[in-house]
Design a binder for this molecule. Sequence first.
Ligand code: NAD
Ligand code: TDX
Length: 344
Amino acid sequence: MERVLVTGGAGFIGSNFVKLLLGRKRKVHVTVLDKLTYAGNLKNLEEVINRRDFTFIKGDICNKKILDEILPRTDIIYNFAAETHVDRSILEAGSFVRTDIVGTYTLLQKTLEHKIDRFVQVSTDEVYGSIARGKFRETDPIEPNSPYSASKSGADLLVRAFHVTYGLPVLITRSSNNYGPFQHPEKFIPLFITNALEGNPMPLYGDGRNVRDWIHVDDNCRAIELVGRRGKVGEVYNIGAGEEKENIYIARKIIDLVGASEDLLTLVTDRPGHDRRYALDSKKINRLGWKKRVGFDKGLETTVRWYRRNESWWRPIKKGAFKKYYSAMYGKRISQASKRKGKR
Ligand code: NAD
Ligand code: TDX
């Protein structure tokens, strides 16, 4: 039986990944190591928390002692643990450097000491920077633009170096923007869905024409699992669904699906350093045997339905500390935009 460690497994993609692993016929034991930051949520793991083939450990990937306890019982590591929100990294970058770089380094060092079979680093297309035309390939240079993507790039470079220098059996996945159930409402799609459901403004950055290549979280999880099982050690795999959309297109679709008023759409001051476009060439992961199953329009429809049916999941998250973050991030921008609207 394979013993799998999923770090950051109480977050959005990690928790979907754990459920995918435990839903398969193959026998596995899954351990989640998660610090339960503001983004981690045990409710995401409710379905599996009492299973005998599942263990939850609250802890930090920077904590060597905890790793020394867990790693002797581990065959493969999937490192999802990270600070993940670009906007928060603009407000405060220190926690990103600590978890995404130092945390990954700590895990790599302990993986080496405990001779683990495989280490899968869950990275992002954001490490490549912005691309005006064409698509990023795995061999393209890394040119990160935000403190978040710079921290993830630092991690990728350490992962690579541990392979080249020490022969550590690593693999890296770089996926595009994920969406689907259990995504924290700070991120674009769930923020817009929940604001629309609440009848609150939907703050679209800049001209709303930035492009992201969206992938349903289930498709990404299947791809990451495939890379862990069949990928070639030392290699990077892009994971994109080829669903390039302008933000404004998505915002309008959400308004339609929720049945909200178009007046909620509010163009606000742009994110500093906002990457214009991401697009991935995913031929390599296709050759490994993966292809997307969920088209964007259908996936967005089911995601809207999930947030509609699961208010008890997201409403508590939007209270308390989130409110403070929200007013620091959006308060001034939204009131400026309303004044501009009023003048017209
Ligand atoms: P998330 O913010 O929802 O979850 C991150 C999880 O990591 C949380 O449960 C949090 O508690 C945990 N965590 C944070 N710091 C930790 C630490 N020091 N030790 C242990 N646990 C810690 O993030 P997500 O969207 O699920 O992203 C998961 C991974 O996928 C990240 O590495 C991210 O960079 C990568 N990724 C995300 C996307 C996306 O669109 N969401 C796209 C590409 C790559
Ligand atoms: O309020 C908003 N208004 C808005 O216009 C927010 C939160 C976002 N946006 C725009 C910015 C981006 O162009 O929507 C797009 C998507 O924004 P995010 O959800 O913040 O994602 P992004 O910055 O693209 O990064 C995401 O994808 C790659 C994840 O947060 C990362 O963890 C992942 O690596």
